[in-house]
Write a protein that binds this ligand. Structure first.
Ligand code: FES
Ligand SMILES: [Fe+2]
Length: 406
């Protein structure tokens, strides 16, 4: 992280601690239309233009360390096999045999070839069709034209991102505004330590919104997050591409560590001071948020299931012995358990919010200055979909570009 970024965060925290009035020059935010969370056509627009054209953080590269190791990504109606090739490169393909469409892979595993169980066509790890039983019976048949269908795939600091748009620009262009802040975390050296998965009865955005502000901390996390962090010092950054940052100063564990995670032998040594003294969370557009810390941290992702339902997945990564995880280590077990408690506090109102929205009585969200990350996230959704495709009554007014951190 650049020294000026660190200073900017610390100065913002100091200013927020003293602020007792609405900030001069900041707009009063208009309502976010409730239809964005309920309208089936808006949901379809999101699937087509946001989910099918955005870089999405799918899995960790350290879960497929060796040639032939593969795993599955099954969300937003797609099935994708992510596999490590002979050359060490991670690639992604639609999990669809090019003969008659049977799935090639049914679970994570390791194979030198991907062999369809239906009629035994086989593909190499780069997706080329290699063998076809009784090939002569296909007549004038070009095996080269029936390789696996690729999905764009790139790795950023150990995280495997995919994009269904095969013409997508480079992942690093998408992450350019936040990568400099995060590269010192050395995430490619860290390993998966645990997972949590939840199904929530609300639109995916209602769930993601809940992780973009700290206005709720005193009310719903009095015995957890509010013990560790002081929401009075909430410092927010908005970035190009819809990404965001939110730093809250810690009340204790200022040398690193969060609630109940004080253990020096799990410290990530490269983590800068600012991530130790504060909880610095980044929202990575469109659907992830991560509270980075030197003691380990989860990447939290939100995935739509339908317009009224979503899934939330936490993938925890950290330092320490490679073999340790939440199954065999007290530290990681406790770490994951503590997050589970906080997640349940965060989720408690989401199904009720969706009911309010679906009832039609609640017409939209009235956000405050402290919730401006949510507004910026919604602005970017419109940019991703394309303003002209969105009915006027469901758009959000574009107001926050002038407040982007440069
Ligand atoms: S569907 Fe895969 S070999 Fe026939
Ligand atoms: Fe929360």
């Amino acid at each position: 992280m650049q020294p000026q970024t660190r200073e900017r965060i610390n100065a913002q925290i100091r200013d927020e601690m003293e602020r007792d009035h609405f900030p001069e020059g900041f707009p009063t935010l208009p309502e976010i239309p409730g239809g964005r969370y309920t309208d089936p056509d808006f949901y379809d627009l999101e699937v087509e233009h946001l989910w099918k054209k955005s870089w999405l953080c799918a899995v960790r590269a350290d879960e497929i360390p060796n040639t032939g190791d593969h795993t599955l990504f099954e969300r937003i109606g797609a099935s994708v096999v992510i596999v490590r090739g002979e050359d060490g490169k991670v690639r992604a393909f639609h999990n669809t045999c090019r003969h008659r469409g049977a799935p090639l892979v049914e679970a994570a595993g390791s194979q030198k070839r991907l062999i369809c169980r239906y009629h035994a066509w086989s593909y190499d790890l780069a997706g080329n069709l290699k063998t076809v039983p009784e090939e002569y019976d296909f007549g004038d048949f070009d095996k080269c034209a029936r390789g696996l269908l690729p999905v764009s795939c790139e790795v950023w600091d150990g995280w495997v991102f995919i994009n269904f748009d095969t013409e997508a620009g480079p992942l690093m262009d998408h992450l350019a505004s936040i990568h400099p802040d995060l590269r010192d975390l050395s995430m490619d050296n860290l390993r998966v330590k645990g997972r949590l998965n939840y199904r929530i009865s609300c639109n995916w955005k209602a769930a993601y919104d809940a992780f973009l502000e700290a206005y709720h901390v005193k009310a719903i996390h009095p015995k957890t997050v509010a013990m560790l962090l002081d929401p009075a010092g909430t410092a927010i950054g908005l970035f190009t591409g819809g990404h965001t940052r939110m730093a809250l100063p810690k009340r204790f564990n200022r040398g690193g560590g969060t609630w109940g995670t004080e253990a020096d032998n799990y410290d990530i040594p490269t983590v800068p001071e600012v991530f130790r003294e504060n909880n610095v969370a980044y929202g990575i557009f469109p659907n992830t948020v991560s509270p980075f810390d030197s003691a380990g941290f989860p990447l939290i992702s939100f995935w739509p299931v339908s317009k009224d339902e979503c899934e939330c997945e936490l993938i925890f990564i950290g330092a320490g012995s490679e073999d340790e995880n939440s199954e065999n280590s007290e530290y990681w077990k406790e770490f994951v358990k503590n997050y589970d408690i906080i997640q349940m506090e965060d989720f408690q109102f989401l199904s009720g919010i969706q009911k309010s929205l679906n009832s039609g009585a609640f017409t939209g969200m009235q956000l405050c200055y402290q919730e401006r990350r949510i507004y910026w996230f919604h602005e970017q959704i419109d940019r991703a979909i394309g303003e002209d495709r969105i009915p006027e009554n469901l758009r959000v007014e574009k107001l926050l570009s002038d407040f982007v951190e440069r």
